[in-house]
Design a protein. Structure first.
Length: 354
């Protein structure tokens, strides 16, 4: 452990920690836009700058190592003023279209501008190009006019999904996030996992599937498990007016021990079947060649009668049970127990898909 002083308070942190980690371990919060604990460090946004005694320049806390005996100030007047200037520079690039932005209410840049009282900017965009919002893919909307070049999406695509579908193109005011040869996502290695949407701190990357259906403060988030396969990824159903309007993910290891917030294209975007009018809401029994609605009691009595009849006439091995990866382990256990103990056959199988 090392000992350092932060804002006049002596604290300890594990050796090898960054200043940001030392602060957060001791309950001292710093603003960050480019930092993400699951991604490799970038140190590009500079929002986490701090003053260190004896150092002539501000340090980016997310990449600067914490040393024994350091004296750190995180909220001095100079630091606060510098952060305001940084926010103004980011706003000049960002464009500030909060009224119609899907990310409004869940935007870190918006939060920090409110926190530091930054409502306008003295700077221009320096002739930065304006980009059309055009991408034929059905899932991800890319509005790079709002991009602040934190590169979290690039690092998530490389470090979490390992698709490497996007990277930084050009330099200076011409810099933008792009696919190879500036093509569409559908023509890139993108697997449409949506991880870039989850890590984007602003509204540059949003879900087309959820667009216009509810902002973050309008929805209730229900923690559940994805039903598409047996991996068991944790996700959050975003519910508004008793309707699922989107899927997000909790990226903490405590709440998402299996996937840590990562999802595939089906888990992230394949939720609209929940609201489909074609979903069955009650049992159907075939009568005279046509499926007709029935009560649960009627359906269960019919199933019990037919299974008993088939078993008596043809023996238990004339029947088989096929279970699914889309149900829980407990339900699969009950299905095989029913097959062996009640039907009296070992003919039970599983689709075994991941």
């Amino acid at each position: 452990m090392i000992t350092l002083t932060i804002n006049g308070r002596e604290v300890q942190a594990p050796r090898g920690s960054t200043i940001l980690e030392a602060c957060r371990l001791n309950g001292i919060e710093l603003p960050t836009l480019c930092y993400d604990p699951q991604l490799k460090l970038a140190g590009s946004c500079r929002m986490c700058i701090v003053e260190a005694e004896g150092r002539p320049l501000f340090l980016a806390a997310c990449v600067a190592p914490a040393d024994n005996g350091m004296v750190i100030e995180t909220e001095s007047p100079d630091i606060v003023e510098a952060r305001k200037v940084i926010l103004e520079l980011l706003m000049a690039r960002h464009g500030g279209m909060c009224l119609t932005c899907e990310k409004s209410g869940d935007c870190r840049l918006q939060d920090y501008c409110y926190q530091y009282g930054v409502s306008t900017t003295r700077f221009t965009d320096g002739g930065r190009p304006r980009y059309p919002i055009e991408d034929p893919n059905p899932f991800i909307e890319r509005d790079y006019n709002k991009c602040i070049m934190c590169t979290r999406c690039v690092r998530a695509c490389e470090g979490i999904t390992m698709a490497r579908a996007i990277n930084v193109k050009n330099r200076g005011h011409q810099a933008k996030i792009s696919t190879a040869f500036d093509g569409d996502l559908v023509d890139s290695p993108c697997v449409f996992c949506g991880q870039c949407i989850m890590v984007c701190p602003v509204g540059a990357l949003t879900s087309k599937v959820s667009a216009g259906k509810g902002r973050s403060y309008e929805v209730d988030k229900v923690l559940t498990t994805c039903t598409y396969c047996g991996t068991g990824c944790t996700l959050e159903l975003n519910v508004k007016d008793n309707q699922v309007v989107g899927v997000t993910s909790n990226r903490s290891a405590e709440w998402s021990p299996v996937n840590k917030g990562a999802l595939c294209v089906k888990g992230r975007f394949g939720w609209e079947f929940i609201n489909s009018p074609e979903r069955l809401t009650q049992p159907l029994i075939r009568k005279n060649g046509e499926l007709q609605e029935a009560s649960w009691d009627e359906a269960l009595d019919f199933i019990a009668s037919r299974l008993g009849q088939i078993k008596e006439e043809h023996g238990p091995d004339s029947m088989a049970v096929f279970t699914s990866a889309r149900i829980t382990n407990e339900e699969n256990y009950l299905a095989q127990k029913f097959t062996r103990a009640v039907l009296g056959t070992n003919n039970v199988d599983h689709c075994a898909r991941l």
